[in-house]
Design a protein around this ligand. Structure first.
Ligand code: KG4
Ligand code: ZN
Length: 329
């Protein structure tokens, strides 16, 4: 079965073709980062308009690149939610309409399930059951994943998401959007021990809180402004974030008795987080799995793959177009 995946929940237009026999045939991705950069964050209306502009040219590019014709596509999976309402509508309408015209099934996919399953596309995929640490711009969750669609929420952020904290701290320090990769880059030149930052909610089993961390960074930043301490602060902040995520992930492994940890979502691209998990999990005879960097942040491949898993299980949607901006998994 050949599935076209469409991702338009935020500021990336991602399309991909996944073949159940041959795997991922190809993907195209257009990032709107430049468009939103001057505003310091994503402007919803601009995002929707840009998705509309890019969907058809990107589909043509993907078909040309893979040598596939529209008629060979067997099903379409699009991101139904969570995300920005207008942005979601563009992909949902495009996917549902194209599926109707081609007389093939369409299915709306949960964006976070896409992230969670993306590591299964790697050459050494994890096997169910596993613990998943989902860390993106909108979510921070620990889940026990027992199979497709069988997810148990173990803990989550009670305020900001991990990616959001990276983005807000970056903005505060005058770094461009998106903050995560820019903080990580600047942190390479800093000393992670130079600022002692709090690790909020460490006493609370598996929930996270990152808004206090952001305030703590702001207080330090205002104190040392103009002293050229940005790299030290970025390194200390990244250290505190990674420390918190690693400790809670290990706690979730111990709590469930599982030995595999999957990290997914934009923040899972963070090099320090990966290194720390690799070494700390080895000590408890557990293993960490993640997607290749291009499949950590938003992309169409994870949606095509998650859609195929759902279609394989006999699910498909009717002709209505539904989007779900807020949608628990
Ligand atoms: O999953 P994603 O692409 O979009 C959402 O679904 O939110 O995640 C985007 C988030 C942004 O907050 C971005 O700053 C963060 O992932 N991010 C990173 C890194 N790369 C992306 N955070 C830390 N380190 C990175 N290397
Ligand atoms: Zn995402």
């Amino acid at each position: 079965m050949l599935v076209l995946g469409l991702e338009t929940s935020c500021d990336e237009t991602g399309l991909a073709l996944f073949d159940s026999e041959r795997g991922l045939l190809g993907q195209v991705l257009y990032s709107q980062i430049q468009l939103h950069a001057e505003y310091g964050g994503v402007v919803p209306e601009l995002a929707s308009r840009d998705h509309v502009r890019k969907l058809i040219p990107l589909l043509e590019q993907l078909l040309q690149q893979t040598g596939v014709t529209k008629q060979q596509i067997n099903a379409i999976a699009y991101t139904r939610g969570p995300g920005l309402m207008g942005a979601l509508m563009t992909g949902a309408l495009f996917g549902r309409t194209l599926a109707y015209a081609l007389n093939i099934p369409a299915i709306g996919v949960h964006h976070m399930e896409g992230h969670l399953l993306a590591p299964l596309l790697s050459s050494k995929p994890p096997q169910f059951p596993f613990v998943a640490l989902l860390v993106s711009g909108g979510h921070t969750q620990l889940m026990a994943a027992y199979g497709i669609g069988q997810y148990e929420l173990l803990g989550e952020s009670i305020d900001d998401a991990a990616g959001e904290a990276f983005d807000k701290v970056a903005k505060m320090m005058g770094l461009p959007y998106p903050g995560g990769p820019n903080i990580a880059k600047l942190a390479l030149q800093g000393d992670p021990k130079s600022f002692d930052l709090p690790r909020p909610l460490m006493h609370q089993a598996l929930d996270f809180s990152f808004s206090g961390m952001k305030t703590a960074v702001l207080t330090r930043y205002n104190k040392v402004k103009g002293q050229g301490r940005e790299a030290d602060l970025a390194a200390s902040f990244q250290e505190a974030m990674v420390d918190t995520l690693v400790k809670k992930a290990i706690r979730a492994l111990k709590h469930t008795g599982l030995k595999q940890l999957v990290i997914a979502g934009g923040v899972s691209a963070n090099q320090l987080l990966r290194e720390r998990l690799e070494s700390d999990l080895k000590k408890i005879k557990s293993q960490v799995y993640y997607a290749e960097p291009a499949l950590c942040t938003d992309n169409g491949a994870m949606i095509a793959f998650a859609g195929w898993q759902r279609l394989k299980a006999g699910q498909m949607d009717d002709l209505s177009v539904t989007t779900t901006p807020r949608w628990p998994m």
